[in-house]
Design a protein around this ligand. Structure first.
Ligand code: HEM
Length: 467
């Protein structure tokens, strides 16, 4: 194993390595963004690290991030074989599959989601309806301090659930709430030190207690829930009338006899991936939005004034309004920039030996692209560390920014970007149309993130005062 662990010739600059721990000592698990910033300040836009027997490269700055995701995209299209992921996803589904299987599942999923968006009961209407449920649930709190987390998460996940199962879950459905809580806890546990130790030393950690053991147990529960939903669909499945994603996939399985692409196992993995990828990211972003609005009341007041002028109070917001709500749109973009929910993108792997910036990157190297370095680039943003919607405005009009890529770019960028942006716009404007968000009396809200798979705000209580 010594040879395997050696740093190859011309590998990117690599910080000093401790015996046994390797580079783990460099990572402050409470604030990985600060750790990476510190190391890249010293070593530059590309540096190497070791994770157990695997090599890892962190790439920062627009030029190199684009090189990985776009220019040399084909060589970095795969996901790494992280021990923790392997145990859970085993290379199936949408997020961690590769090659032909990934292409086929991704293409099918994009087409199917598009079909349901254009269907009779359009996706936009479905989101608008869910916005109404969420507004009602917030109104029930009567302006008293409450933690919006599980209502928001339930609402967001209901949009995905209607796409994949054809139904939503009531906010007081205890079984579903338990499942959402489990999903959230699991994502937070992924940020725990023992989980990272598992990725570094799986053969030892396998026998030790720690977050990784709870993670495995939780994923089994989530998988079982999906399998039950799929079994229910099989009972009353009618191939001539596809109600949702599961029905459409079952049709694909029936057509795909013998090939190993469309199988029930893969269906479970795909639906689980959609639920996991689509829920916590979007929910965290919306919770950041409420937190920023309560923290910056003058910005909130401008958003509300714009909503009142363009939409009024009589009808629900629609996607079409996006073109006329310049300030609101800028605020939502700034929430995503400053919220920085996926700070280092989802890891990729080099599928062949290659070079980056003149350095040698051997096949199998994990490649992380530092999206934070773009979202906070000093030469691109006037006040990178401040919450400042002016970053996305020019002469009062919304303007796009090249450095704004929270969904990543290239052929393997976020599959749900269009859906996520529709949800963020409709939920945010529907809530601000009806409520003013306030910090509860004698409280200070923290803007310090929690670390997991996604960077969520710390749990908080807030007042939704009816307007
Ligand atoms: C992948 C961000 C919402 C489904 C990703 C990636 C990022 C991301 C950075 C990795 C892309 C890469 O490797 O280059 C976000 C953010 C969201 C969001 C910030 C919300 C604010 C959603 C939603 C869905 C979704 C609503 C549901 C349809 C996926 C899937 C992948 C993915 C399936 C894996 C794609 C693949 O490997 O081919 N997302 N996402 N995401 N996202 Fe999202």
């Amino acid at each position: 194993d010594y040879m395997k662990n050696r740093t190859p010739k011309n590998f990117p600059p690599t910080p000093f390595r401790l015996p046994f721990l390797g580079h783990l000592y460099l990572v402050n698990f409470k604030d990985p963004v600060a750790s990476v910033k510190r190391v890249s300040k010293r070593y530059g836009d590309i540096f190497g690290m070791h994770m157990g027997s695997m090599k890892l490269v962190m790439v920062s700055g627009m030029r190199l991030v684009k090189e990985v995701l776009v220019n040399q995209g084909e060589k970095f299209m795969d996901r790494p074989d992280l021990p923790l992921d392997e145990e859970i996803f085993s290379k199936m589904g949408l997020i961690s599959s590769t090659g032909h299987l990934w292409k086929a599942q991704r293409r099918f999923t994009l087409t199917t989601l598009r079909n349901f968006g254009l269907g009779k009961r359009s996706l936009e209407e479905r989101i608008q309806e869910e916005c109404q449920y969420l507004v009602d649930a917030f109104r029930d709190e009567q302006g008293n301090p409450f933690n919006p987390q599980f209502k928001v998460t339930n609402a967001i996940s209901n949009v995905i659930c209607s796409l994949i199962f054809g139904n939503r879950f009531e906010y007081h459905d205890e079984d579903f709430q338990r499942l959402l809580k489990l999903m959230y806890d699991t994502i937070v546990l992924h940020g725990a030190i023992t989980s990272q130790l598992y990725n570094n030393f799986p053969s030892i950690m396998k026998y030790l207690p720690g977050a990784h053991q709870t993670i495995f147990k939780n994923w089994r529960v989530l998988k079982k829930f999906m399998q039950e939903q799929i079994n229910k669909h099989k009972e009353d499945w009618n191939p001539s009338e596809c109600r949702d994603y599961i029905d459409s996939y079952l049709l694909e399985i029936s057509k795909d006899n013998g090939s190993d692409t469309f199988q029930e196992e893969h269906l479970t993995a795909c639906t689980l991936d959609l639920l996991v990828a689509g829920t916590e990211t979007t929910s965290s972003t919306l919770r950041w939005a409420l937190l920023f609005m309560a923290t910056y009341p003058e910005i909130q007041a401008r958003v509300q004034a714009e909503i009142d002028a363009v939409i009024g109070q009589a009808r629900p917001p629609a996607l079409e309004d996006r073109n006329n709500l310049h300030y609101t749109n800028a605020v939502i973009h700034e929430v995503q920039r400053k919220g920085n929910v996926i700070p280092f993108n989802v890891p990729r792997m080099a599928s062949e030996d290659t070079h980056l910036d003149g350095y040698y990157i051997p096949k199998g190297t994990i490649v992380m692209t530092n999206l934070t370095s773009l979202l906070f680039d000093k030469s691109e943003w006037e006040t990178p560390d401040a919450f400042n919607p002016e970053h996305f405005l020019k002469d009062g009009k919304f303007c796009k920014k090249e450095y704004f890529i929270p969904f990543s770019v290239g052929k393997r960028a976020c599959l749900g970007e269009v859906l996520a942006r529709a949800e963020l716009f409709l939920f945010f404007t529907s809530l601000l149309q009806k409520f003013t968000f306030q910090v509860p009396p004698d409280t200070k809200l923290s803007l310090q993130p929690m670390i997991g798979i996604a960077m969520a705000p710390q749990p908080y209580k807030i007042c939704a005062v009816p307007r």
